[in-house]
Each structure stands twice: as structure tokens, then as C-alpha cells.
Design a protein around this ligand. Sequence first.
Ligand SMILES: *[C@@H]1O[C@H](CO)[C@@H](O)[C@H](O)[C@H]1NC(C)=O
Ligand SMILES: *[C@@H]1O[C@H](CO)[C@@H](O)[C@H](O)[C@H]1NC(C)=O
Length: 346
Amino acid sequence: MAENRARVLIIGGGSVGIMAAYALYAGGNADVTVVMRSNFAQVEKTGISIDSIDHGHDIKGWRPDTILDSVPDVVREKLPLFDFVVVTTKNIPDVSPTAEEIVTPAIVNEKTVIVLLQNGLNIEKPMIRRFPSNPILSSVSYISATQLSHGKILHTDPDYQRIGPFSSSLVSPEVAEDAARRYLTVYNPHNALNVVFDDNVTRTRWSKLVYNASYNSVAAILRMDTARMRMSQHIIDDLIRPIMLEVIAAANACGITDLPKDLPDRAIRADSTDTGFRPSMCQDADNGNLMEIEYIVGEPLREGQSRGVQMPALKTIYYLLKGLQLHAKEARGMWEPKFCSNNPYK
Ligand SMILES: *[C@@H]1O[C@H](CO)[C@@H](O)[C@H](O)[C@H]1NC(C)=O
Ligand SMILES: *[C@@H]1O[C@H](CO)[C@@H](O)[C@H](O)[C@H]1NC(C)=O
């Protein structure tokens, strides 16, 4: 069977990318290449250790079929086609290289299926502009996994993903759905994982944003875990819940009118309160890293506002986050503290 294995390239060696690589390896139907950055040298030397609720607690020295430290150029390097390119990097369109720039060398037009295993709304738009004839899939992941140190993963909540096609005018719905079904048979051939077909990826993404646009962004600004916010009460009443209701109003305006009534209450109580869970955007703020502001906060805000939905809380949060992002940009030389010629505030 080995010769029939799908060739899968995973871009991003964070915890989500590594757990996807391991699941694909465990399924036995994929030849897996992973592009890593900061952890490449360590993983090349010692392999990957995983303590996983799905795959076993004592995985040591594991390596995918191939590891690389940059995205391969399939044409120049005369490589066989990658059937699937799975993008798991953080998605920050305000900073170059963007996701579509990163994947470009690995994509063969019309053939390669691009899987966006990333958060947020409208992430497919720039990808479709660049690759209008490639099937592009949405994977929304609810996994909980952390990279404790380079190549050392603690995976504590099962791999749960909803995977389906984004709609794209030059790819027929049948071809796109077929690509999603094929990816699922490669990823989850024995149905051992709760990784399932999603027939409405836009609805799934809005639904997840109810949590991410509110808790992540407020956590990043306050630098506070979600348990403390609930203990304070007022942070939920005055910030989290109002933002959730604004996001739901924006979703409604976009035609997603059947989100469950108890969604805010369930999202508010989603995390355990024994451990102070800091959502990823908060961890990014803690570590001085760039944050995924645009697809998590900016896009739902723009979608709602363009349809006349009032979103005062989310709007203020968005501008505060954009301001906070300047710290990380300045530290990386991506923003210089100086007046541009057209700046009236000099
Ligand atoms: C997704 O669900 C919404 C309702 O929430 C519906 O209006 C829309 O047509 C659905 N889209 C697809 C592709 O089924
Ligand atoms: C989104 O929310 C989940 C919880 O559902 C959290 O684990 C994750 O850190 C958030 N992702 C981002 C990009 O903020």
C-alpha cells in the first residue's frame, strides 16, 4: 500500500502541526513532510516526544517521514506533487510573509489541495485569490496541545476537527467536497478520531469566533486567564458577554441565523477553572509575539459593520489590539516610531 500513500506537507511545526503529522502517520495512509522553524535542529537530533490522550503517553524519538527547515519548491526541486498542503502557521496578514506567500512554492496549480488548519474568519479569501483553481479546505480544530519545549508535546484534549470545503468560484462544489472527503480518509481512515466532515464551514467558523473574538482578545489586553475573568464577574458582564452578543449579531446579519441560544453561556463556561487557561492570543502578548488580530477580531467586525450592525465593544477591543501589536512590530523592526509625511499629528 505504501506507494498509494498520499503525500502531505504540513507547514508549521507547532503543537497543532505536530499532532496532525502524528495522526496522519498513525493512520498509515500518508507520507508526511513537516516544515519546522525554531524546533528543526532539536527535532532532527532527538525526534519528537509526545504525551497524547489519543495516541499514547510515552511516544519518544518519533520523526515524520521528512522534516525540512523551509517550504520546498516543488518545481525547482523537481519533487513529486504534494496531494495536500496543510497550513498550521499563525495567520497574520498584516505581516509579510503572509500565509499565501508562505505556501506558494509547494503548490501546483489546480492539483494541490490546500488545507487551512487555522483560526478565524475569511482566511480563505487571499488564498483563493492566489490559487483560484485549487480546492481549499477549512479545518477548525478544537484540540488542546502544547509544545512544552522544542519537540516535546503534551496533548490533553482529543483531536476534534471539523473539515469541509470553502466555496470558490472556479472549483466546482463536487470537486471541493471530494477533496475534503479524500483528506478525511487519509487523516482518519479508521474513524478512531473525532475528525469529521463539515458541510457549513462558515457557520462553524462564526460559532468558534464567539469564544475567540471575545475571550482571546480581552485576555490579551488584560493579560488574564479565563478563570480569573469569570471570578471577577464584571469582566464577563461588561466585556465578554457583550462582545459575544455583537459577534452573534454580525453572524446573523451574514445569514448564520441558527446559532444555538445557549452558545454564549456555554462559551463563557468552556474552560476548566482549576487551571488558569490563557488563550493563545494572551500567550502571544505574554511572550511579545505577534497576535492573530485580523482574522479573529478585524474580519468579524468588518463583516458586521458593513451590514449595519453596531459593534462598539468589539471595535474598541480591535483598536486596542492593533495598538498593542505595535510593540511586537517595533521590536521586530516592522514598525518604526517616526512621523510619515502625511501624518497631521506632528
Ligand atoms: C450554512 O448555514 C446557514 C444557516 O446558519 C445557511 O443560511 C447557509 O445557507 C448554510 N450554508 C451552506 C453552504 O450550507
Ligand atoms: C481559540 O479558542 C480556543 C478555545 O476554544 C483556544 O484554545 C485557542 O487558543 C484560541 N485560538 C486563538 C488563535 O486565539
